[in-house]
Design a protein around this ligand. Sequence first.
Ligand code: ATP
Ligand code: MG
Length: 330
Amino acid sequence: VFIGDDPKIRRAIKLANLVAATDATVIITGETGTGKELIARSLHLQSTRRNRPLVSVNCGALNESILESELFGHVKGAFTGADHSRVGKFEAAHGGTIFLDELAEMKPPFQVALLRILQSGEYIPVGLSESRYCDVRVIAATNRNLGHLVESGAFRPDLYYRLNVICIELPPLRERRSDISRLIDHFLQVFGEEYGKGSIKLEPDAREVLLAYHYPGNVRELENLIRRAVILSEDGAVTLELLPRELVEPAGHGAIRPAREPSVQPCSTLAGFHEARDQALKAFEQAYLTTALRENCGIVSRAARRTKLSERNFHKKLSLYGIDFRAFRA
Ligand SMILES: Nc1ncnc2c1ncn2[C@@H]1O[C@H](COP(=O)(O)OP(=O)(O)OP(=O)(O)O)[C@@H](O)[C@H]1O
Ligand SMILES: [Mg+2]
């Protein structure tokens, strides 16, 4: 279930419900942990393709040489070591939906191939010279601004316009604060049941801390906080002590530090070092900036002074991460 009743998210849910049953290509954007994959699943499950596969591809996790055969398959003997033919993701998704996660990380050669599939349904398995046909609906997700990537030349404009039929934007949790309370109750119930602890009571001061936090990791971070607290809870109660220290004691007047360690994404395949480092760096920068803004009541000039960044640079970073300083004004 997708929890959300804040006006900002209601628009996104309405759009998702409208396009779910169609075959339209959809791009879902939003920061990490905002529910992009959850929406992709629900689009598939509401479509006529629901009894056919939903196949996920992480465009960022695979290196170039594997990605081609991963996506399009290969025939036996296509290259050294290809002892068997292999079914590609597009073939596997035939009749169903393919979910292209981290679309912005897709390298140019695949952007060309993807464009071709979108236009004609045709693709060429590695080692074959003629193309094959597949019928797939494409849903893509990214936490980057594709428009900017098109401008900088990193993403093909023709592919962008082809994909960008419907764009569902998921706002960060800190911009739909009225949902935090709903999500807390939802996860308390889910994990109370999952861990056989029945109905869990959340102490008022613990709730207050959870409601005030800024969640750089969005819903996933909130989910994990509650999961941890429920696991650690005794006598069916979640108390302040069961929340991470950083939440309870925000950074004092000393140096600004992020309220939480930058979260390293759990992923099934270990990301490449550079990619993992980039992700960690981005997570750190976001957490750092939001902490700086929070501690300075959203006054950028003050936050910039205290962090020893130029005001211009500070603004640039805010817009890079889509952080709105006004949200931090009391
Ligand atoms: N609105 C919501 N209601 C209930 N659960 C949610 C909601 N949004 C996200 N979640 C949960 O939060 C977690 C993260 O969501 P999801 O994996 O869809 O995020 P994502 O946007 O794909 O993140 P990433 O960019 O890091 O891949 C999941 O466990 C998901 O079930
Ligand atoms: Mg995801």
